[in-house]
Design a protein around this ligand. Structure first.
Ligand SMILES: Nc1ncnc2c1ncn2[C@@H]1O[C@H](COP(=O)(O)OP(=O)(O)OP(=O)(O)O)[C@@H](O)[C@H]1O
Ligand SMILES: [Mg+2]
Length: 301
C-alpha cells in the first residue's frame, strides 16, 4: 500500500498479506457484508500494533492521531475482560451505569472504525468468543444490551493482536534472520511456519483460547505472522529513529527555510545495532528504541 513503506520497515510478508486484503476490500463490488478480520501474531516488539495503526491510517486516509480523536481507530486492551461479567461490557454498560458497551459504542459512533483487539489471549476465552462470533460473521453485528439496538459490524475492520505462535518463529529465528526480507510467501520455511501455526491453533483447547474453536478460526480473513528482525533491520530502525528525533528537534528549533541533509556514519548504526539489537529477537525493536531515546536525552542535556 502506498505510503506504508516509508515508515514501516521490514515485515514484508506481513505487509504484503495485509495490503492484498485491504486492497481487495476497497476494490470490491458493492458494500462488504462481512467485517474484515485480521490476526496479527508474533513476538513482542515486532510491529503488530504499529502496523495496525498504519493500516487504519491507509484505510481512512488520515493520520492515526486524527483517527484516534475521531474514534475511527479504537484500541481495546483485551486484558480488561478476564471474566464473563466484564466481557458483557463489550456490548452493554456495567450494571447501574449509563451508556453503551465498549464495542457497540465504538461502532455506533463510527461504523467503519478499525478496532484493535490488543493482547487477545488475556481475555476470557469463552465469554469473548460468544460476543465476537456474531460480530465477525457475514451480515454480523451485536445487540447492545442497554440500548436494545442491533449494531452491524459489516463495515468495520477488526485486528486481533496476539503473541500466540511466537515460539514457532523464535525457534526459526536464525534461519529467518539469514534471509530476512528475501523470504517470499512460497518459501518452504514460510510455508512450514504457517502450517505449524495453523496446527497449534487447532490444538488449542477452546477453553483456553477462542482460536481453538473451528468456527471462530473460520471467520478470520487473514493470519499474519510477524517475524523477528535481522541485525540489519535493527540497524535500519536505529537510522529511522535517529532521523525522526533529529527532525523533530529541528522542526521545533530551526528556521523552516533551512534545508537539511541528514546522514549517519555506518559505525554509529553498527554500534547501536550490536549494543541494542537484543540477543534472542524476543523483544523486537523495543531495546533499540529505548537505547536511541536515552542517547538522545543525553545529547540534549
Ligand atoms: N516494522 C517497523 N517499522 C517501524 N517501527 C517499528 C516496526 N516494528 C516496530 N516498530 C516500533 O517498535 C516499537 C514496538 O512495536 P509494536 O508496539 O508495534 O510491537 P508489538 O508487535 O505490538 O509488540 P507487543 O506484542 O509487545 O504488543 C514501536 O515503537 C514501533 O513503532
Ligand atoms: Mg502491541
Amino acid at each position: 500500500l502506498e505510503g506504508l513503506r516509508d515508515s514501516f520497515l521490514g515485515q514484508s510478508l506481513a505487509v504484503e498479506r495485509v495490503s492484498a486484503r485491504v486492497k481487495s476490500r476497497q476494490g470490491g463490488w458493492g458494500e462488504a457484508t462481512k467485517p474484515l478480520v485480521l490476526v496479527f501474531a508474533g513476538p513482542s516488539g515486532t510491529g503488530k500494533t504499529e502496523l495496525a495503526k498504519q493500516i487504519a491510517s491507509v484505510i481512512h486516509g488520515e493520520s492515526v492521531e486524527h483517527l484516534m480523536a475521531s474514534k475511527r481507530f479504537v484500541s481495546i486492551p483485551m486484558g480488561q475482560y478476564k471474566d464473563k461479567r466484564s466481557a458483557d461490557t463489550l456490548v452493554g454498560p456495567a450494571v447501574g451505569i449509563e451508556g453503551t458497551g465498549q464495542l457497540t459504542g465504538a461502532l455506533l459512533a463510527a461504523p467503519d472504525a478499525v478496532v484493535l483487539l490488543d493482547e487477545f489471549e488475556k481475555a476470557h476465552p469463552e465469554a469473548i468468543s460468544d460476543v465476537l462470533l456474531s460480530a465477525f460473521e457475514d451480515n454480523g453485528g451485536f445487540k447492545d444490551t442497554k440500548l436494545d439496538k442491533y449494531v452491524p459490524t459489516s463495515r468495520a475492520t477488526f485486528i486481533i493482536n496476539t503473541n500466540v505462535g511466537s515460539d514457532i518463529v523464535l525457534q526459526q529465528r536464525e534461519r529467518i534472520q539469514e534471509r530476512s526480507d528475501k523470504l517470499t510467501a512460497k518459501d518452504p520455511l514460510v510455508v512450514q511456519i504457517d502450517q505449524q501455526f495453523q496446527q497449534l491453533l487447532k490444538d488449542l483447547p477452546s477453553s483456553i483460547n477462542p482460536f481453538g474453536r473451528a468456527e471462530f478460526r473460520g471467520r478470520v480473513d487473514e493470519w499474519v505472522m510477524f517475524y523477528p528482525y535481522s541485525q540489519s533491520q535493527i540497524g535500519d530502525v536505529a537510522r529511522l529513529a535517529l532521523q525522526q528525533r533529529v527532525l523533530s528537534y529541528y522542526l521545533h528549533s530551526a528556521p523552516p527555510s533551512r534545508r537539511l541533509a541528514i546522514g549517519w556514519d555506518p559505525r554509529v548504526i553498527n554500534l547501536l545495532a550490536s549494543k541494542y539489537g537484543g540477543t534472542d529477537g524476543s523483544e523486537g525493536f523495543r531495546p533499540m528504541l529505548k537505547g536511541v531515546d536515552s542517547m538522545h536525552d543525553r545529547l540534549r542535556e
